[in-house]
Design a protein around this ligand. Structure first.
Ligand code: PGA
Length: 248
């Protein structure tokens, strides 16, 4: 895994965006699996600027969904669905009917819903770029600490840390119990995995990700063994790292 430390979140987001654009330019019909949450929002804004300036052609990319809170859909502000449609797919002018494949967190059979998206991922030939935020507990999507390495997609009971941290996304108190997610097996099979994190609050989990044991106890650490794994962080998130890492 290559570690790229930038002076601030804006520079880190730009650097990660440049990597994404480089990959899409090489493969215009790339399959993209982008996380919601707070961390990727500046990357999304950079991509939208590039699209509006005609600096990138996204007409052939496909977006597949990483995760969603069980029971939530577009009508809940802060759901992954609402975040990604409003902050990314719609402003990018992506063909929502044909080129976006998203979990319905309100499906009556969430397990079947997880397999529906998994099948689409497989039909598209797998994921080219997984862009993943790192949870405070190291989760990737809703692959919580101790996650099954063999899971391709499924339903996961939410870790207490995720339930607590998750409150920041919503205006009202919600009783969130499970997440629907692509599994570690599918995510780690992506051709490129780009991890992003910022601010000092993520410094401890970044240290565990980079310098701790490679183990599903900290799912983000598993990306260390990926042949095309990247970690884009700002100085705050890098604060507890020892050794030499690439700066920009
Ligand atoms: P965040 O979420 O980008 O809002 O910090 C990361 C995560 O929990 O996966």
């Amino acid at each position: 895994m290559k570690i790229i430390i930038s002076k601030n979140h804006a520079a880190s987001s730009q650097a990660a965006c440049n990597k994404i654009v480089e990959i899409i330019n090489e493969k215009p019909d790339a399959v993209l699996c982008f996380a919601g949450g707070e961390t990727p929002l500046e990357i999304f804004q950079n991509l939208i600027k590039m699209k509006n300036n005609d600096d990138i052609d996204l007409s052939s990319v496909h977006f597949v969904s990483l995760d969603e809170w069980g029971g939530l859909g577009y009508d809940t502000k802060g759901s992954t669905n609402q975040t990604l449609y409003d902050a990314l797919y719609t402003p990018l002018g992506i063909d929502l009917e044909n080129n976006v494949h998203f979990f319905d967190g309100k499906a009556t059979d969430l397990q079947a819903e997880s397999q529906r998206i998994l099948t689409i991922v497989k039909e598209l030939g797998g994921i080219d770029i997984s862009l993943l935020g790192i949870g405070m507990n190291g989760h990737l999507g809703f692959n919580e600490p101790g996650a099954d390495l063999e899971l391709e997609a499924g339903i996961i009971p939410l870790d207490p840390v995720t339930k607590e941290v998750g409150k920041k996304y919503f205006d009202t108190e919600l009783d969130l119990k499970v997440g629907i997610t692509l599994g570690l097996k599918t995510l780690l099979a992506s051709k490129h995995v780009i991890l992003i994190a910022n601010a000092e609050k993520k410094a401890e989990i970044i240290k565990a990700t980079v310098e701790g044991e490679v183990s599903n106890a900290v799912p983000s650490s598993l990306v260390r063994n990926h042949a095309s794994g990247y970690l884009y962080i700002d100085k705050g998130a890098a604060k507890l790292l020892g050794g030499h890492h690439e700066n920009n």
